[in-house]
Design a protein around this ligand. Structure first.
Ligand code: 26V
Length: 813
């Protein structure tokens, strides 16, 4: 340690102790890990603030274009290690804490995991925020400060139960409450036409109800601490805290009822939309944060530039899926109703500023809102949407006279059983660019959901293949591998993901492969300890760790993986003398609370685990572990320890996937279908270093069109037949033999997700993986090549592409 470093550590130590004493009112002797975490975070935060204020001011002074990323979800996870690492303070902090008798890891783990998102979409937004800061792009993230993030998953005998998540209980040291930054958000009421001059009538919206959106700002530090952006999350605050008169009359609960209803807007991430009340709350959330964001950025723009007409040159507004698509109507309302800008000019401003990312083709996930609900909640926006639609359909009719099919297909309003506003269509017409999230997905957008739109506006759809931040998913999550990479390639690899390319020749170096494998083994030992602690299950770190971690959904096909596990279990028992490759099947993921079939799949994984793990004849050749409560922090443990990465969705259904990138980066080989970004991963790592199986998108489509059923696949595969019979007859559920009858019947029947159709191909691909594993030099050569060749999947590359093609802002590395 040099003297400067020692001085830095001492200064940081002083700062931490001062925070502990004067901000938290705690003594050193009485402080727990949580107190040390809070004190440390506050001290670290101080190191960010000067930069933050400087760069924010400079952005305005220099008239730089601002990016606004609107997202209903930001799945950030823990922030201490991220901030400290980007500031280059990791070693300093460890040295600062050590003499206090405080362990960095204990402090780090005391932070709650901010789960303000469901999965891929929310985590992507968090990776993007980090890359925006690291590329010095001035940006705001706008979202909701949910009091309760994604539910905690508790598994009791394999059944999922949901419990509220409480990340704010002990305070959030990263955020700054800004009670003075608040915008009024209206709901309901009526619209009045008011003549403002001889030739101008304006529409004035009189909302029945107004809720305030209050800002909470979190600084987002980029790599090496050069740039700091703001994540601004809105919290709902009632204008009237209580009805004093009612309260004084003794109606204490009634006096608070309005407030509770209004503040419910920012209570919970993704409230159940099974009930009409749940759907309404979701729409209120969407409008709430979108309107707050637009009011905020318009006010900032007007303060600096004085005129909304220059908005498209000065701001880029990115809609993360359709959740904020109401922005299009809201920005029109702000321009036309509040600033008197003529419609056509307002439309040019709106379209010039906004762009939209699509994240799914699943019909059930494409948002639409019932017209009566929109009319009641947002009457002026509904008028504006009708008007946008009229202009849009006029233009379509002029270009394609007489084509009524086309008009119905591209209308913003879906007719039929109850009229609905199609948010994807609104987002498409109101944006200058629309992007998909992988090459395959963008291509399918053009051919399926936006086929007619694509013909009308062939330059609108572009592809921006997703990426992940290597700072979190390599440098922080896997310090062992990072150390090895820096030794091999020099520190440049920390700044430039593409520098990983230089690793490829080392795949031929046996000594390097051994070091690579040793890092993996150490990570697996840590995960094995976690599995033992959580599940009371011993697993051998030398076995192949075969990992499927993601939301539980039929299209992601955890079921295919479980059925293959059963087949393998049967095969091992039938021929115990063969040289089986020892495997640990690791699962983690949450099912939506109302998604019964997904919950049943979790239960099946548990039932299979109980039988397999308890069967002495399989010895240590096969173990099954389902880790509860999957979140970002758990992913950070599992990803560095994975050997095999399961990316096995039904082709055409996974828009991109990002876990596939995290796992490949950390040296796992992918077992995957030709879906989402797997296709591009294969292009880069090379066919010999990935296990591809199953039907292609076209083949899936053909089979579905032909109405093919699972029965044919079962006929053709005795192995599959046996597995299905075992599961449906209750071999794994002796307490309730009929438990999986219906689930198995779905495979025998329509088999929409092609579990039966892909089964043999999957089983065979798994045996190819076994063969590779047996040749350890071959396995580790492939593993090294995976790490070497996925540099392109850095979210820095993705963000640089958005910056160049969609936002038109400079990137400064
Ligand atoms: C939403 C819903 C909601 C209703 C029930 C079923 C369902 C199924 C899927 C979704 C997904 C919504 C959008 C989403 O999260 N997409 C994910 O975005 C990731 C980032 O682009 C991408 O990597 C994933 O492939 C994609 O599923």
């Amino acid at each position: 340690m040099n003297l400067d470093a020692a001085g830095d550590a001492a200064a940081l130590r002083d700062a931490i102790v001062r925070k502990l004493t004067y901000d938290l009112g705690r003594s050193r002797s009485g402080a727990r890990d949580r107190d040390w975490f809070l004190a440390t975070a506050l001290a670290v935060r101080d190191r960010v603030i000067d930069r933050w204020l400087d760069v924010t001011r400079a952005t305005y002074e220099q008239g730089e274009k601002q990016v606004y990323y609107l997202s209903l979800e930001f799945l950030v996870g823990r922030l201490l290690r991220d901030s400290v690492s980007n500031l280059g303070l990791t070693e300093t902090l460890k040295e600062a804490l050590a003499p206090l008798g405080v362990d960095f890891d204990a402090v780090r783990l005391a932070e709650s995991d901010a789960a303000l998102g469901n999965g891929g979409l929310g985590r992507l937004a968090a990776c993007f925020m980090e890359s925006l800061a690291s590329l010095n792009i001035p940006a705001f993230g706008y979202g909701i400060r949910y009091e309760h993030g994604l539910f905690r998953q508790i598994l009791r005998e394999g059944w999922q139960h949901e419990y509220p998540e409480d990340w704010l209980t002990f305070g959030n040291p990263w955020e700054f409450a800004r009670p003075e930054i608040a915008h009024d958000i209206g709901f309901g009421g009526s619209v009045e036409s008011v003549r403002v001059s001889d030739n101008e009538v304006r529409q004035v919206w009189h909302p029945a109800e107004t809720v305030q959106a209050v800002a909470y700002d979190t600084p987002v530090v980029g790599w090496r601490g050069r740039h700091v952006n703001t994540l601004r999350l809105w919290s709902a605050r009632a204008l009237d805290p209580l009805k004093l008169e009612a309260f004084n009359f003794g109606d204490h609960v009634g006096a608070l009822a309005d407030r509770m209803r209004q503040e419910a807007i920012s209570k919970v991430l993704y409230p159940s939309d099974e009930t009409p009340a749940g759907q309404e709350l979701r729409l209120r959330q969407e409008y709430f944060f979108t309107s707050a964001a637009l009011q905020d950025l318009v006010r900032r723009h007007l303060r600096v530039y004085g005129d909304l007409r220059s908005l498209p040159e000065r701001v880029a507004i990115q809609l993360n899926d359709t959740h904020p698509a109401i922005a299009i109507a809201e920005l029109m309302r702000i321009c036309v109703d509040l600033h008197g800008i003529p419609w056509d000019e307002a439309w040019a401003i709106t379209q010039g500023s906004i762009s939209y990312t699509n994240h799914t083709l699943l019909p059930e996930a494409l948002e639409s809102w019932a017209v009566p609900l929109m009319e009641r909640l947002l009457p002026r926006h509904m008028q504006i949407i009708y008007l946008i639609n009229a202009h849009h359909l006029d233009a379509v009719r002029a270009a394609h006279p007489g084509d009524v099919r086309l008009l119905a297909s591209v209308s913003l309003i879906e007719e039929g059983h109850g009229r609905r506003v199609r948010m994807g269509h609104l987002a498409f017409v109101g944006s200058h660019k629309v992007n998909g999230v992988s090459a395959l997905h963008s291509d399918l957008l053009k051919k399926t959901v936006f086929r007619d739109f694509h013909a009308l506006a062939p330059d609108r759809i572009v592809n921006k293949t997703n990426g992940i931040t290597f700072r979190r998913w390599l440098q922080q999550a896997n310090p062992g591998l990072t150390g090895l990479l820096v030794d091999a390639l020099g520190p440049r690899v920390l700044d430039d993901a593409e520098a990983l390319d230089g690793l490829a020749p080392l795949a031929e170096d046996a000594g390097f492969r051994d070091r690579f494998a040793a890092v993996k083994l150490a990570n697996k030992e840590a995960l094995a300890a976690l599995i033992r602690q959580q599940l009371d299950l011993r697993v051998d770190p030398h076995a192949m760790f075969d990992v499927q971690i993601k939301r539980i959904h039929e299209y992601k096909r955890q079921l295919l993986n479980i059925l293959e596990t059963v087949a393998l279990y049967d095969a091992i028992r039938a021929q115990p003398h063969l040289n089986w490759v020892p495997r640990v099947k690791i699962f983690a993921g949450k099912a939506a609370a109302s998604y019964h079939r997904a919950k049943l799949i979790i239960k099946l994984a548990h039932d299979v685990a109980r039988v397999v793990n308890g069967d002495p004849t399989v010895r240590d050749l096969l173990k099954v572990a389902f880790l509860p409560n999957y979140n970002v922090s758990l992913a950070e443990m599992i990803v560095p320890a994975a050997d095999l990465s399961e990316q096995i969705s039904t082709a055409g259904m996974e828009a991109s996937g990002t876990g596939n990138m995290k796992l490949a980066l950390n040296g796992a080989l992918t077992m995957g279908t030709l879906d989402g970004a797997n296709v591009e991963i294969r292009e880069r790592v090379g066919d010999p270093n990935i296990f591809i199986f199953g039907l292609t998108t076209e083949e899936v489509e053909t089979r579905r069109r032909d109405g093919s059923h699972g029965a044919a696949a079962i006929q053709a595969s005795p192995r599959l037949g046996e597995v299905l019979e075992a599961v449906e007859s209750g071999v794994f559920s002796p307490d309730d033999r009929g438990r999986y009858r219906e689930l198995m019947a779905s495979i025998r029947g329509h088999d929409y997700f092609m579990v039966g159709a892909d089964f043999d191909s999957y089983f065979e691909a798994q045996r190819r993986a076994d063969t590779r594993w047996e040749d350890s030099a071959a396995w580790w050569r492939s593993a090294v090549l995976n790490t070497a060749r996925v540099g392109w999947f850095s979210s820095d590359r993705t963000i640089a592409e958005y910056a160049e093609e969609i936002w038109r802002v400079p990137v400064r590395r």
